[in-house]
Design a protein around this ligand. Structure first.
Ligand SMILES: [Zn+2]
Length: 133
């Protein structure tokens, strides 16, 4: 049709139109675009699946933790949030009554209304109080 534009009555033969190189190129381009789109979709599905598997793994890992480990995890998250909050200054974080260690992001040990970084600090403090009285 391109080479012999007047040889046949193309409209009567219902030939849609000449397949020029430009059209071929366009068709190819369209195909390539579709292929790229499909690839993108597949990539997104793969990532979605990966996220889901990670979430499943995380779920199982968390469920297998002891209560203390779960609390530690929650405390860690709180710490991260607190550290991002610039209003938290070093002066107003709570500290171990015995050694002054920051209790930020830890699960403190308590007795009465004292808080400690470790059972060792708690016991030292308790012993010291006991010897006073
Ligand atoms: Zn301490």
């Amino acid at each position: 049709m391109v080479d012999h534009p007047d040889k046949y009555d193309y409209s009567r033969a219902k030939v849609p139109g000449p397949l020029t190189q430009e059209m071929e190129a366009k068709k190819l381009e369209k195909k390539r675009a579709q292929k790229a789109q499909r690839k993108q979709r597949e990539q997104a599905q793969r990532e979605e699946r990966q996220r889901w598997e990670q979430e499943q793994g995380e779920k199982q890992r968390f469920a297998a933790l002891s209560d203390r480990e779960k609390r530690a995890l929650a405390a860690e998250r709180r710490l991260a949030a607190q550290l991002q909050d610039t209003s938290t200054t070093l002066a107003n974080i709570s500290r171990c009554w015995q050694c002054g260690e920051s209790l930020l992001g830890r699960i403190p040990f308590h007795y009465l209304d004292f808080s400690f970084c470790s059972t060792a600090c708690l016991q030292t403090h308790r012993r010291a109080r006991a010897s006073h009285t």
